[in-house]
Design a protein around this ligand. Structure first.
Ligand code: PMV
Length: 326
């Protein structure tokens, strides 16, 4: 038998980084998916093949790369950790063949690692007939996310487990936001891959150097998300755009924007975006622009002209799903 799970990508509308320090963030699942298929192996190895350009086998004697270069083990390790977390939670020992098919660009702030970890947990759990709750599916990938993010807030696992739009704070119940209107977004990818953990560590260094100042900025970031959650529920896109602009300013202040992110943000604003900001950890990766309804193509073409890769995204209410494939 083989089981497949899908999980969506995400964009953080407001509050990234500040969420690591306990403030709320608002995050939306988007209609780009990863698919993870799992079957029991005939040996004791956990073998992973993928569309990420890497493949390898985690055997009792150590890792054996099958496709890719020196980075192969590092890229596949979080998937292995996610699968192992399920096996140890269930007290099972067996080999697995895992296939990862990702439609989410990786290392650019769209939550590909979180989505892969969540889909892996859900697929392995369903294969082994564990009746996991959503809380368990969102919680079990923590070690895998820690490997990638250093000190993950848990936001990525949460949104791709539940889907929709949520207000998320560490150690608090999530609240689902029922939005009255569509949120027309254009994503701009700088094409520059980066590591979330490095950015989170850089912000921590700034916090250590300027604790009082950074606390004020972090609190303001939380304030932006509290207001964003309200205006979203009232369907007030103009105010949401303002809040996204303020959020980008705060993220620049803590040092995670870059010249190319700023260029795409400015291009989108000049093309009449209601607001624009970097999304995710920054340091490269993606920005998002909130478009007035019907103006998405104009913004996408401005992002393209400014050197970014535009991608129109729609909200999805689908969280993680599993089904038996054969
Ligand atoms: O991995 P990214 O780029 O989607 O960033 C996740 C958001 C951060 O707030 C920067 C980190 C976290 O764990 O919340």
């Amino acid at each position: 038998m083989s089981v497949t799970a899908s999980a969506p990508a995400k964009v953080i509308l407001t509050g990234e980084h500040f969420v690591v320090y306990g403030e709320p963030a608002v995050v939306m699942a988007i209609n780009r998916m990863v698919y993870v298929s799992v079957e029991e192996a005939s040996d004791s190895a956990i073998t992973i093949s993928s569309t990420l350009g890497v493949a390898g086998s985690f055997k009792p004697a150590g890792f054996v790369p099958l496709v890719g270069d020196l980075k192969t083990e590092k890229i596949l390790n979080p998937i292995y950790i996610a699968a192992k977390s399920v096996l140890s939670f269930l007290g099972k020992r067996c080999g697995l063949n895992i296939k990862v098919d990702s439609k989410i660009p990786s290392s650019v702030g769209l939550g590909s690692s979180g989505a892969i970890a969540v889909a892996t947990v859900a697929a392995v759990g369903a294969l082994l007939k564990a009746d996991f709750s959503r809380e368990e599916i969102a919680g079990l990938p923590y070690e895998a996310e820690k490997y990638v993010h250093v000190k993950p807030s848990g936001i990525d696992q949460m949104i791709c487990t539940y889907g929709g739009v949520i207000k998320f704070s560490k150690d608090k119940e999530i609240s689902r936001l029922l939005t009255k209107v569509d949120i027309p977004l254009v994503i701009g990818n700088t094409g520059m891959q980066r590591t979330t953990g490095n950015l989170v560590s850089a912000v921590k260094a700034k916090h250590d150097a300027y604790p009082i100042l950074m606390e004020q900025i972090i609190k303001s970031g939380g304030c932006v998300s509290n207001e964003a959650a309200e205006v979203l529920q009232n369907g007030d896109l103009d105010r949401l755009g303002d809040l996204m602009n303020i959020n980008h300013g705060l993220l620049s202040a803590i040092g995670v924007s870059t010249e190319s992110l700023d260029r795409l943000v400015n291009a989108a604003r000049n093309a009449h975006a209601l607001g624009a900001k970097l999304t995710g950890a920054g340091g490269g990766g993606c920005m998002i622009a909130l478009s007035p309804p019907g103006n998405e193509d104009v913004i996408a073409s401005a992002i393209d002209k400014a050197g970014g890769m535009p991608l129109k995204a729609k909200q999805t209410n689908d969280g993680v799903k599993t089904w038996v494939t054969k």
